[in-house]
Design a protein around this ligand. Structure first.
Ligand code: MN
Length: 725
């Protein structure tokens, strides 16, 4: 069961192995790689005390057993040079060519990944990361062979290191070998890891195995002998291989089925390798006639191959003693594919790159490969073009603790931060990628390690919506921005409520606000404030909800009748909305059908519309002394984006004896807000004192009187000449 091979290979021995399957091998280059690697690693030793270079030789040996091409073998010989010696990429490229240098570099990159053994989901991400980073599948083949040799010689390591490496092997490398279609490699890796991780479990399997063998004799020899005789009798040429399954496979099967160690079919496997597909079916017939076929255990993967190219007939038969054995029937080509998987593509047989019709097509493995392969037999082009684009729409990055985070291509450190936790995302103020500070909009690349810099006071910003690429981050940012707005509105609403209640001699207590909430059918005092702050409700509506008797049910329209001098008796007038003239400012009236006289400021731009109808103009002036108490005027205020500023503005305006009756945001930039405030005040002088106070405030960038000719809603055509005065 233990087939640990640890032979020291000389260049001659390696070349002899290669020569058996690839007589056209570039012997000079392999010898050069051998000599170079040996020189580079000179003076380095493994944990076992052996010269370090024995390891790359062994890795090359493993790959030579898989009949792989020269580039793969040379990469194996050099795979630790760039990482562990003074050798460089440039030097390897000069000596062995760009392709080899790229392959060696690819292996180095995988070696440098800090793998942390963790849950299944993480392991899956690591495997994908491997595929994404490797670019060329041969990089993975070398890395797997590297791991296999390290696992075979793991006893020389420290016990804690052994466990770490074994976990990695079990979680990442063994499944990866399986995915590459290399079943033998998967089984051996699993078993080597099992030996470290659960020595007792493995020992008990082996003990029971030995006991069983004593009871039943040499089952393998007996059954293979029987089959061989049976097939020979029917003139079917076939090779019969019987083997005991690896302890880990048996263990896993027992765990899966929750059953004891009893069935032979779970322990032994038999393979019948025939010369043709036809012989597979003939052999099946012979076996089924001689032994009993166990129902529901027959599968024909020859007529219906698995998507990974696997072809074989599976059946389970039982003898007269009731003992069951599993039999797989396949041709040699099918067998090669089942064992070598994707490696079959780079393998040679009889000096030719093997053309196995059943081999897994790496191109098909690769989900989106956009290149066309016109000349199938141009292997060099073919090899160069085979790239792992399988996970090209994804990026895998590391946390400082070595966890893998899977992100879509184009993701930024901000997405990374939100992927870890919304709290980390919201508090993100910067990021370090591979130790260097980068802007938040940097696009992340595979294998980068990302560290998020956070600050407690940080809040999600508007600009982040453009930076984030993932839905998770975007929706978290939007939610936070809405929440921030709500907080601002509540703060502002509280100021508005305070002064509105004071105006009627009451206090905006929590209790009063709760009462308002009930009347207005809102869920609590804060909702009332938020609605007030965002001008869904007006201050008087809120006051009225609590003290209906204190608020006159009207009207905004204050009787300014006596305030303006110059109109005819009983003529109604209104302040123009475009310019909102205040007592103290120069004014002019424009007659308006159905509304009387509209009072404009003398410099109002809307007046230009009436230049052609002089009959509509009326000279007006404010009556001094009898100002009606309140006029409203609108102001544009540009403030720094800070939750506290709005509250301070309300307080300042309140201190000037004026009220904010309405407020809306007109423009929002990351670092400032533009608001339109309606302020209730006495006259122009009052307004100017408010503007001065606001302008003096540090966080106020700009204050401007609102003026908009479009708000002059009267149209010239509406005017009947009979109304002209
Ligand atoms: Mn190595």
């Amino acid at each position: 069961m233990d087939d640990v091979t640890n032979d020291l290979m000389s260049p001659d021995a390696l070349l002899a192995t290669v020569g058996r399957y690839n007589p056209k091998t570039n012997e000079t280059l392999i010898r050069a790689a051998f000599a170079y690697g040996e020189r580079m690693h000179d003076g380095q030793f493994r944990h076992s005390g052996e010269p370090y270079f024995t390891h790359p030789i062994a890795v090359a040996g493993i790959l030579a057993e898989q009949l792989l091409d020269d580039a793969t073998l040379i990469t194996a010989l050099l795979h630790d040079t760039i990482e562990d010696t003074k050798s460089t990429y440039t030097e390897v490229a000069e000596l062995f060519g760009d392709d080899i240098a790229k392959l060696v570099d690819g292996v180095t990159k995988l070696t440098n990944l800090q793998l942390s053994s963790s849950e299944t989901k993480q392991a899956e991400n690591f495997r994908k990361l491997f595929m994404a980073m490797a670019k060329d599948m041969r990089v993975i083949l070398v890395k797997l062979a590297d791991r296999l040799h390290n696992m075979r010689t793991i006893k020389a390591m420290r016990p804690d290191k052994q466990i770490q490496k074994a976990r990695e092997t079990m979680d990442i490398y063994a499944p990866l070998a399986g995915r590459m279609g290399m079943q033998w490699m998967r089984e051996e890796l699993e078993d080597l890891a099992f030996r470290v991780l659960n020595p007792d479990g493995r020992a008990s399997i082996i003990r029971r195995f030995i006991r069983l063998q004593k009871e039943t004799g040499d089952v393998i020899e007996k059954i293979t002998g029987d089959m061989r005789a049976e097939l020979a009798e029917h003139n079917i040429q076939a090779q019969i291989i019987g083997r005991a399954k690896k302890p880990y496979s048996i263990w896993r099967k027992m765990e899966e089925k929750e059953q004891g160690f009893s069935r032979l079919s779970d322990i032994f496997g038999f393979r019948v390798i025939t010369n043709s597909e036809e012989d597979c079916y003939r052999a099946l017939g012979v076996i089924h006639r001689r032994w009993f076929a166990v129902p529901d255990r027959f599968k024909d993967y020859i007529s219906q191959p698995k998507t990974n190219g696997y072809r074989s007939i599976h059946t389970t038969v039982s003898g007269r003693d009731g003992k069951r054995v599993e039999v797989q029937i396949r041709t040699q080509q099918m067998h090669d594919v089942a064992e070598a998987g994707v490696a079959a593509h780079w393998s040679y047989r009889d000096g030719m790159r093997s053309k196995n019709p059943f081999a897994v097509d790496p191109v098909k493995w690769v989900a989106s490969l956009n290149e066309q392969f016109g000349a199938e037999d141009d292997h060099v082009d073919f090899l160069e073009a085979v790239r792992l684009e399988m996970y090209s729409d994804q990026v895998f990055c590391f946390t400082p603790k070595g966890e893998v985070v899977k992100l879509p291509r184009g993701a930024t450190p901000l997405d990374f931060a939100y992927a870890i936790h919304t709290r980390i995302g919201s508090a993100c103020v910067g990021a370090k990628v591979d130790g260097l500070r980068v802007p938040l909009w940097t696009r992340l690349k595979n294998g980068q390690s990302v560290e998020i810099v956070t600050a407690e006071a940080q809040q999600p910003q508007f600009t982040w919506l453009d930076i984030a690429a993932t839905g998770k981050a975007k929706s978290a940012i939007r939610r936070a921005l809405r929440e921030q707005d709500r907080e601002k509105f509540i703060k502002l609403g509280a100021e508005l409520a305070r002064s509105a209640f004071e105006n009627v001699g009451r206090k905006a207590t929590d209790k009063a606000l709760e009462t308002a909430a009930k009347t207005l059918r809102l869920d609590g005092g804060n909702s009332v404030l938020a609605n007030l702050g965002s001008s869904v409700l007006t201050a008087s509506e809120v006051v009225r909800a609590v003290y209906p008797e204190l608020v006159k049910n009207s009207d905004t329209s204050i009787d300014v009748g006596r305030a303006v001098v110059g109109m005819g008796q009983g003529q109604a007038h209104e302040r123009a909305l475009c310019c909102e003239p205040l007592p103290g400012e120069r004014i002019v009236g424009i007659t308006q059908r159905g509304r009387g006289v509209i009072v404009h400021a003398i410099d109002c731009q809307a007046l230009s519309k009436f230049e052609d109808s002089p009959q509509r103009w009326i000279d007006l002036r404010w009556q001094t002394g009898i100002h009606p108490p309140i006029h409203s005027a609108r102001l544009y205020v540009t403030i720094g984006n800070d939750a506290g500023v709005l509250g301070r503005i309300c307080t300042l305006i309140g201190e000037q004896g004026a009220n904010i009756s309405d407020l809306s945001f007109t423009d929002r930039k990351p670092d400032f807000y533009r608001l339109l405030l309606s302020v209730e005040l006495r006259d122009a002088e009052h307004l100017h004192s408010i503007i001065s106070v606001l302008t003096a405030e540090d966080d106020v960038a700009e204050v401007a009187r609102y003026q908009n000719p479009k708000d002059a809603d009267e149209s010239v055509s509406e005017i009947g000449p009979e109304l002209g005065i």
